[in-house]
Ligand binder design. Sequence first.
Ligand SMILES: CC(C)(COP(=O)(O)OP(=O)(O)OC[C@H]1O[C@@H](n2cnc3c(N)ncnc32)[C@H](O)[C@@H]1OP(=O)(O)O)[C@@H](O)C(=O)NCCC(=O)NCCS
Length: 149
Amino acid sequence: MEGLIIRDMWWSDIPQVLKIERVSFSTPWDEMAFLNEIYNPSSIVKVSVYENEIVGYICASSVIDEGHILNIAVNPDFRRRGIASAMLEKVIGELKKRGCKSIYLEVRASNTNAIRFYENFGFASVGIRRNYYTVPKEDAVVMMLALLS
Ligand SMILES: CC(C)(COP(=O)(O)OP(=O)(O)OC[C@H]1O[C@@H](n2cnc3c(N)ncnc32)[C@H](O)[C@@H]1OP(=O)(O)O)[C@@H](O)C(=O)NCCC(=O)NCCS
């Protein structure tokens, strides 16, 4: 998307991030959850900015050679414009640079839109975590992307 800037999340971004988080998830992260990620050296926390407005964000982390996508969302008014793809591509690049050989994530089994989104990047379902989510109670599909060196 022309004019889209992807940069590290700052603590002052959190109020705008929370607005997107709350319309995107039934059990949204709170301010402390985002602060913990921002100040965690093993985390990668980015926002997408368009015309000075935060329109999306992504949180990921790495442990040794394994990456994990922890959270990703885009303002509903800005979806289907490639913003999440641009953020995920950037994070995959950073995880590769850190030496990650695989990336894992959990997604609600009913979230077929997100599952399709991840499949576009080559993520494949590798398992189910029973009753992983609440409100409503639901299984998580575990997806994995193997990174080529
Ligand atoms: C999932 C989400 C992050 C995608 O963000 P986005 O910026 O709209 O995604 P993109 O525009 O980069 O989509 C890329 C591709 O993914 C697939 N995709 C994304 N959203 C889709 C949808 N609602 N329906 C079907 N396919 C979809 C499409 O193949 C799309 O390509 P296309 O638009 O050319 O058809 C966004 O819908 C969102 O914030 N959802 C709520 C939060 C959420 O579910 N996060 C994931 C938790 S695991």
